[in-house]
Design a protein around this ligand. Structure first.
Ligand code: ADP
Ligand code: ZN
Length: 748
């Protein structure tokens, strides 16, 4: 669906489809008849050099190839169509949605001596006709046109006979009906292009999400377009993802960030979470402002003002905080909770370091947070039956004039009462209302008095079954939201450079490791090499385990049944009750990675997820499954290139002794740990009045303990001589000692 990486396309300048001749021809990059665009840049725009990737974009556009350029705001997109317009025959049509900007652009061009005009609804008929006449006479190089002009077929037809050098679409993301800025008029541009005989088309946007890119290409029906994505790197930011187990760790981490970086934003995913964080900071007397959508506009303005003016240095906020912040010296942005998409993360994190100084972005990642996002997706994507129930509730509340005074909460209650169960949240009801509104079933009016708004039916009340949406629309929207969350999780689990990952996600092909993120800092961002030896074997073992613990549904198809925790435990040979109950000790892969230890197996699964060999299902319980690519690897048909975790204790995978079995554990691997355990045992023995050693832990058991370094009692019980009784009464201080040793020696 997506074209090959842009960096390469720009340079190769390969075969393209020439619109004029309708035949394939080869573009020659040394063709001297091509206008000298560098000279034109200086002559017409007064710039001495191109910014990246302006030259490549301009060359592509001038060559007549369909082109999509994605560059951040301020990156210099206008030049990418203005310069081609100046050096080409004919007039360039520029579709732009913002009338105010249109006027500025036309004025700026006129000042440069480039003949340009605009056509939009703010003008008188005479002005519009004047512009049309000038265009027809060939006097103009650029004409800016508002998208709604294309509503009338007659407008497009009136352009017949005009030589159009280029059809440029600015703010092209407006064509994606899933984006924030959808403008239905943009959907007509494809037809306009056809009617105009398909002049070369160039589209520009600052929205770099893969889905928007795909939408632009398909909605404008671009033919093998050259795609350029550039300029989204933030060289002064350091991106970090920290896995945390819960609230306490999050609190510690946020305080650390505040102490170290002073000025920053802590983003929370819900009002409740923001309030909790704020309370916690208040208890510790840490000055800050709180900002969320539940506050009154006046309260929010005040909070924003405090922060932007520098009177407060820390803001705790939901994503409602953002649009107006232009405080350049933000030194850290912390995502306290999981954001819903890579786009949201990057946009919010990107508020750090606007002054160009170094700044830190920190995402605290706790897998449990995913549930909040699942809940949001649920709320944002009501099902058709729910939407119809909300519509019925509005109908029931409507008076004879079709106007209902019913709150969203009451709509949800009424819908739930009708269904006889509590299925619909207020959030779903609100989403249903906005869908009904967007698709012309209802309108929302401000109530003449009192709080709340009125809802009015458009037309007579319909039977619920008449409430329909374009086929697949609701499903597609849900799928997209879910995919965004999945992508964010892939980012969290990714093992390479964070900046490089994000740029790759946006389609910037020539990114390289940043040297500043957590992955780069820990040296784990080298490019992945094809796996071999023990590493490859481990990957195959883990994949077989995931497959074994799934339902087999067909040739090479598996449906997940268990979460990652249970699968990891089974692979490690755990005796956990939940493993035994589920019979996961009887699958052939049980304990297959036992000697590697739990931490390693956990990270190995992360790596499989990151490499797309395994995936976490959606649904109420996240289940771990194998992907088709994972099946290929498992069956030996494919050798993946990927990073996998290094086993604890050094570069090489260390074979740990099979616990429980061997009579002689041999020499302990860490003699120091072993002797510390012996000392501890002797101290315990003295404290307990010198019972015989076999009543405690004999040396052999201590050697096994030192070698296995079990994570918990359950793992320790695999060692012969440690039963449930001793595990409870005797073991805990030994585990503590092991943990302490691991921490001191960087083995944790
Ligand atoms: P965008 O549309 O991508 O937000 P603009 O096209 O408005 O950005 O350009 C932003 C600014 O950068 C403008 O002031 C423009 O004059 C300037 N600019 C664009 N290209 C160059 C260049 N090659 N050299 C110097 N300045 C440039
Ligand atoms: Zn990096």
């Amino acid at each position: 669906m997506f074209p090959p990486p842009p960096g390469r396309q720009g340079r190769i300048f390969g075969k393209f489809f020439s619109k004029e001749s309708g035949k394939r021809r080869l573009s020659d990059p040394f063709d001297m008849s091509r206008p000298d665009i560098a000279k034109a840049l200086a002559a017409h725009f007064g710039h001495t050099s191109f910014r990246k990737p302006q030259r490549e974009v301009v060359e592509s556009v001038v060559s007549g190839r369909d082109t999509l350029a994605i560059m951040p705001t301020g990156g210099g997109k206008s030049l990418c169509y203005q310069l081609p317009a100046v050096v080409s025959d004919g007039v360039a049509l520029v579709v732009s949605p913002l009338i105010a900007l249109m006027k500025d652009q036309v004025d700026a061009l006129s000042k440069k001596g480039i003949p340009a005009a605009m056509i939009n609804s703010s003008q008188s008929w005479a002005e519009q006709k004047g512009a049309m006449d000038a265009m027809r006479s060939g006097a103009l190089k650029l004409v800016y046109i508002a998208p709604e002009r294309f509503r009338a077929q007659s407008f497009t037809r009136s352009l017949a006979g005009v030589k159009i050098s280029l059809f440029a679409v600015d703010e092209a993301h407006c064509i994606s009906q899933w984006g924030h800025d959808f403008r239905p008029d943009y959907m007509r541009l494809r037809e306009a292009l056809e009617t105009l005989g398909r002049p070369p088309c160039a589209a520009f946007t600052a929205t770099a999400t893969p889905e928007v890119k795909g939408d632009i290409i398909s909605q404008l029906d671009m033919r093998s377009p050259a795609v350029f994505v550039s300029g989204f790197a933030r060289p002064n930011l350091s991106f970090n993802v920290t896995q945390v187990s819960g609230r306490a760790e999050k609190d510690a981490k946020t305080r650390e960030l505040i102490a170290k970086f002073k000025t920053g934003i802590i983003y929370c995913s819900t009002r409740k979470s923001a309030e909790d964080v704020s309370k916690g900071l208040a208890l510790d007397s840490i000055p800050h402002v709180l900002y969320h959508g539940g506050m009154t506009p006046a309260q929010r303005d005040e909070a924003q003002d405090e922060f932007v003016s520098g009177r407060a240095d820390v803001a705790v906020a939901t994503n409602a905080f953002g649009m107006g912040i232009d405080r350049p010296d933000i030194r850290f942005v912390c995502h306290h909770d999981l954001p819903g998409s890579v786009e949201a993360f990057y946009q919010e994190a990107g508020r750090a370091g606007r002054d160009g100084g170094p700044a830190r972005c920190e995402m605290l990642f706790s897998y449990a947070d995913k549930r909040v996002q699942d809940f949001f997706i649920e709320g944002a994507n009501p099902r058709i039956a729910e939407i119809r129930a909300v519509y019925s509730a509005i109908c029931a509340a409507a008076g004879s004039d079709g106007t209902a005074s019913i709150s969203i909460d009451d709509m949800a209650d009424a819908a739930n009462a009708a269904a006889g169960r509590k299925a619909l949240s207020s959030m779903s009801a609100a989403s249903a209302v906005s869908l009904l509104k967007k698709h012309g079933f209802i309108e929302r009016l401000d109530a003449p008095s009192g709080p709340g708004r009125l809802t009015r039916l458009i037309g007579p009340a319909l039977p619920p079954s008449h409430i329909v949406f374009p086929p697949g629309m609701l499903e597609e929207k849900r799928r997209r939201d879910e995919q965004k969350l999945k992508d964010l999780l892939r980012f969290a689990y990714s093992r390479g450079c964070r900046q490089e990952w994000i740029l790759g996600y946006f389609g910037e092909a020539d990114a390289s490791p940043c040297g500043r993120c957590d992955r780069c800092a820990s040296g784990r961002a080298e490019p992945a090499a094809p796996l071999s030896g023990e590493a490859l074997e481990d990957v195959r073992k883990a994949l077989s385990g995931i497959a074994r613990m799934s339902f087999k549904t067909g040739r090479r198809e598996w449906a997940p049944r268990f979460g990652r925790d249970r699968i990891a435990k089974s692979l490690c040979g755990s005796r956990d009750a939940r493993i035994l109950e589920a019979g996961l000790d009887r699958v052939s892969t049980y304990g297959i990675l036992k000697e590697r230890g739990k931490a390693y197996v956990g990270s190995l699964i992360d790596a499989l997820l990151d490499a797309g060999l395994a995936e976490i299902s959606d649904g109420e319980y996240p289940l771990l499954g194998i992907t088709p690519k994972g099946v290929e690897v498992m069956l030996g048909g494919l050798v993946p290139s990927m990073d996998i975790p290094k086993p604890a204790g050094g570069g090489r995978v260390r074979a740990r002794p099979a616990a429980g079995g061997s009579a002689d554990a041999g020499e302990p691997e860490y003699p120091e740990l072993y002797s510390r355990l012996v000392e501890l045992r002797n101290a315990v023995r003295r404290a307990r009045g010198n019972p015989p050693i076999y009543a405690l832990f004999p040396n052999q058991v201590l050697k096994n303990l030192a070698n296995l370094r079990p994570a918990d009692a359950e793992e320790a019980m695999k060692i012969k001589g440690i039963g449930p009784q001793k595990a409870q009464t005797l073991l805990p201080p030994f585990l503590d000692e092991i943990r302490k040793f691991e921490r001191e020696n960087g083995l944790a």
